[in-house]
Write a protein that binds this ligand. Structure first.
Ligand code: ADP
Ligand code: MG
Length: 375
């Protein structure tokens, strides 16, 4: 985007403004703020700016009130200090003056969006002179606004957030300062199995925590009581452990906030956090790392009794000299809760796309932009 002249041009920005909304109120506007540089850049150059995003998972063809970008348009208007009219049914034409910005209603409501439909994408391309994809968080999906439009737009380019995410994550994984350490937590192994497998190949050590650790503990023959686990994945877990890089908790915090050794978990116990000994050991490892990649809380951090593990990890990362990156919806919520965002080198706004990037997968939206890079 920084290399494309925008003055007087019609600029269509696909952003990721998929923010959490509770009863019509935005509970975290990080993604809106992260999208400001692209929008501001276009406005400063007197472009006629159209911004859209997906929000939630609406059914194509119907706009339910809870799927509307209305709260997002309002918030953006407050931050920018200008009016941001919200336009629905925008595919066949949009009125917007140079120097002004409009928001185009939830793009996933358009029929054909999810199927990456070429006819829809041509219409969207016809709305603008310049198509900007700044939605790194949606880059793992090939949809009309993230993928097909890039083929048909007169000019297609990456926005500043997309560029920053790719720079930061690429930097961490291409030539990482060693040791490279990954910390993966969260609730379920099944959602992160492929990333765990790929990371185990690349990193020097793979710290496992949270609900994910339970399946690994089970695979290691430890008792886990009634803890959340996926016994059908213990074979996969063993295969990953065979790399010799996986570090598992030695102690844990169970239901009634009791600390137990992983050998002493009782049949009725539910593991909800890593124990203090484990947290300290992980923190020591983090202090010695050259590069740190973090996804997934290591406990039920939303509850104070089970937040210590995640807080200890977060603070260790914040205090480490290592180059650190973190991403994932709940991971970012934890980072915000512990107030350490400013001390992590790069906090990704993305969840799924962040994980797929770590896996080394080609993100379809990025590939589509790269295909136009030589124009
Ligand atoms: P992210 O969104 O950062 O990728 P996930 O969605 O995979 O993270 O997982 C986050 C959730 O995992 C949090 O809500 C947290 O409470 C939960 N969690 C962490 N550890 C445990 C555990 N031991 N048992 C149950 N849930 C857990
Ligand atoms: Mg999550």
């Amino acid at each position: 985007m920084t290399e494309v002249p925008l003055t007087g041009k019609r600029v269509f920005i696909r952003a990721d403004l998929n923010v959490p909304i509770d009863n019509g109120r935005i509970t975290d506007d990080t993604r809106i703020r992260a999208s400001l540089p692209g929008i501001r850049r276009a406005l400063e150059q007197n472009a006629a700016v159209m911004v859209t995003s997906h929000l939630g998972r609406p059914k194509e063809g119907v706009l339910k009130p809870e799927d509307s970008l209305a709260p997002v348009a309002k918030r953006l208007a407050e931050i920018l200090g200008v009016e941001v009219p919200l336009i629905s049914n925008w595919v066949n034409g949009v009125k917007v003056e140079p120097g002004h910005v409009v928001m185009l209603e939830n793009c996933r409501v358009n029929k054909g969006e999810k199927k990456d439909d070429a006819a829809l994408a041509r219409k969207i391309a016809a709305l603008c002179d310049v198509y900007v994809n700044d939605a790194f968080g949606a880059a793992h999906r090939a949809e009309a606004t993230t993928h097909a439009v890039a083929r048909f737009a007169l000019v297609a380019c990456a926005g500043p957030l997309m560029a920053a995410e790719l720079d930061a994550l690429g930097h961490a994984l291409a030539h990482p300062a060693r040791p490279l350490m990954a910390i993966v937590g969260g609730s379920k192994v099944s959602t992160k199995l492929s990333v765990l497998g790929e990371l185990a190949k690349k990193v020097d050590s793979l710290i496992v925590g949270g609900g994910i650790a339970n399946t690994f503990l089970l695979a290691a023959g430890k008792p886990i009581g009634k803890s959340l686990a996926e016994p059908e994945l213990t074979r996969e877990a063993k295969r990953i452990m065979a790399t010799g890089k996986v570090r598992l908790p030695a102690d844990v915090v169970v239901t009634d906030a009791k600390v137990k050794s992983v050998d002493d978990v009782a049949a009725g116990d539910v593991i909800l956090d890593i124990g203090p000994k484990t947290a300290r050991a992980y923190a020591d490892g983090i202090a010695k790392a050259g590069t740190i990649v973090w996804n997934g809380p290591v406990g039920l951090f939303e509850k104070d009794q089970f937040a210590n593990g995640t807080r200890t990890i977060a603070e260790a990362i914040a205090n480490s000299e290592a180059y650190s990156i973190a991403g994932g919806g709940d991971t970012v919520a934890a980072i915000n809760r512990f107030g350490i965002g400013g001390k992590i080198d790069y906090v990704s706004t993305a969840g799924g796309a962040f994980l797929e990037f770590l896996e080394g997968k080609t993100l379809p939206a990025v590939a589509a932009l790269e295909a136009r890079a030589d124009d």
